[in-house]
Design a binder for this molecule. Sequence first.
Ligand code: ATP
Ligand code: MG
Length: 305
Amino acid sequence: MAENQMDEYEAQDKRIRERLDRIGRKIMIMSGKGGVGKTTVTVNLANALVDMGCTVGVLDTDLHGPNVAVMFGCKDAELLSGDGQTFIPVTPRPGLKVMSLAFALEDPDAPVIWRGSLKNSAIRQFLSDVEWGDLDYLLIDTPPGTGDEQLTVCQSIPELTGSIIVTTPQEVAVLDARRSVNFSRKLGVAIIGVIENMSGLICPHCKEEIPIFGKGGGKKMCQEMHVPFLGAIPMEIGLPEAEDNGKEWVAETGHPSAEALRAIANEINNGTACSTSRDTSFLGTPSCKPSACASCTSNCPSRKK
Ligand SMILES: Nc1ncnc2c1ncn2[C@@H]1O[C@H](COP(=O)(O)OP(=O)(O)OP(=O)(O)O)[C@@H](O)[C@H]1O
Ligand SMILES: [Mg+2]
């Protein structure tokens, strides 16, 4: 990296630090497997926390499939800039701020064909140049896996409060969730807990539970891997349609999935789930500044290539 690029990188790190210092808890939502409900969990936890009186920001780092805007009912919002340098997050309701690449795309059907380095810069820009202001929470939705996006989030936010890992009870999803647990451990990110989504389907007719993806797989993994279990959310007819229409599901009464999501939000907000602080030793010693990275030979993941 050329010296002026390093200066810019350091300056951006400083901006990220200053912005995120104003946010209480920064939580990354992740899963090894796709389609298990990360975005559903992110959006519903955000709404539930706002309902409890918290101020919440949601950052969508799923650059190839940004769905957060649809689920918050603000897909037609445009990316606005205050002073030409920073971005103003979209506010679908008081207390909630959202930033997604979806707001910058002219054609929602156009694929985003980006390599890792471009994704890294986009996410860092969302962290450094979005006017998040003072918030209680920043929930960061990620795509499936343990790749560029998750690494960028973990490396750019040393004071990340922790990760929430979403899985279904199915064996293949749990297998991938185990990788997310180990990813968090390797990067020194506290695991706030695991959520088992799609944990049984509630039959709309008889209200009996049908174990489509099985039941209890996520909870069992938590016991085996010694990580906190945050709760199980059943599958429910009506939830996908509410999400497609940007309707707040978690405010609905009489829905076991909404109740489960509210209980998890309550546990996060009032429980001890977020009290662990992050071990940032993987980021190197405090004297390990990006300017020294070029000559450093360690395996520290923050080393700039
Ligand atoms: N508990 C649930 N009951 C019914 N449908 C659900 C439930 N959870 C998620 N869904 C639906 O399952 C689909 C996948 O959910 P979602 O988009 O939240 O998953 P994801 O993990 O974010 O996916 P991706 O990996 O593509 O980002 C969506 O259509 C969503 O509406
Ligand atoms: Mg998603």
